[in-house]
Design a protein around this ligand. Structure first.
Ligand SMILES: Nc1nc2c(ncn2[C@@H]2O[C@H](COP(=O)(O)OP(=O)(O)OP(=O)(O)O)[C@@H](O)[C@H]2O)c(=O)[nH]1
Ligand SMILES: [Mg+2]
Length: 221
């Protein structure tokens, strides 16, 4: 008998209460705590956190800014490798938002890149208070081999992750549908993948209220 297929659905709505909880959580105080360069520099594991992981330039920092409605909370730029530390932000009283350095190509010295890549992997595999990793995937490009590597690390570490498509304002509708179908098939290879995909654009706001609601479900006290 074939194994049951887990359907990977695209989130298209959330109930009003959940949306409102998400809106409230992200409308509250959100402050930069610190940039971490080594595991022993992580804040005390005293509250749950969610992190944003993904290839360099996929839009992690931009998404944090868009979610919080603060244009320059996390530094974003066109140069891959902009975020080089694990950046912690408070989210209300109840949790942390974590902006990670990107993986894959980065415009920075090799030695430096190797160091922060190593830290990134240690963090993803070993942070006890990590409630969920959001793995960001460019809506034009889909899941790349290096994403599979990170997803496999999360599988091995039993860290629940959810795929979030970014830059959904860029592809045409047909192209987006194609990427989504491919991402659904790719996620089916990863036992730690949460079975819902959120499609977002930091540029036009698509999907942000759904993502806020999802984070609030994990972090709201
Ligand atoms: N059109 C469009 N551009 C976006 C979107 N999100 C991010 N960008 C652009 O993509 C580039 C990279 O964004 P960042 O947020 O810095 O990406 P990152 O994943 O944090 O990159 P690293 O820190 O280098 O790993 C910037 O030029 C952003 O303006 C989006 O939703 N739509
Ligand atoms: Mg960044």
């Amino acid at each position: 008998m074939a194994a049951p297929q887990v359907p990977f659905t695209v989130v298209s709505e959330a109930d009003r209460e959940a949306i409102e909880r998400g809106r409230k959580l992200f409308a509250g105080a959100c402050d930069f705590v610190k940039g971490v360069v080594a595991m022993d520099g992580l804040p005390a594991p005293d509250r749950p956190e969610v992190c944003f992981a993904g290839r360099s330039n996929v839009g992690k920092s931009s998404l944090i800014n868009a979610l919080t409605g603060r244009r320059a909370l996390a530094r974003a730029s066109n140069t891959p490798g902009r975020t080089q530390e694990i950046n912690y932000f408070t989210l209300g009283e109840s949790g942390y938002l974590v902006d990670l350095p990107g993986y894959g190509y980065a415009q920075a010295p090799l030695e430096k890149v190797a160091k922060w890549q190593d830290l990134l992997r240690q963090y993803l595999a070993g942070r006890v208070t990590l409630a969920r990793a959001y793995v960001l995937i460019d809506a034009r490009h889909g899941v790349k081999p290096v994403d599979h590597e990170i997803m496999a690390l999360l599988d091995r570490s039993a860290v629940s992750f959810q795929a979030v498509l970014t830059k959904a304002d860029k592809p045409k509708a047909g192209e987006l549908a194609g990427t989504l179908a491919a991402v659904q098939a790719d996620l089916a290879k990863h036992p730690a993948a949460y079975p819902e995909i959120i499609v977002t654009s930091s540029e036009n706001g698509d999907g942000l209220e759904l993502l806020r609601a999802a984070v609030a479900r994990l972090l709201a006290a």
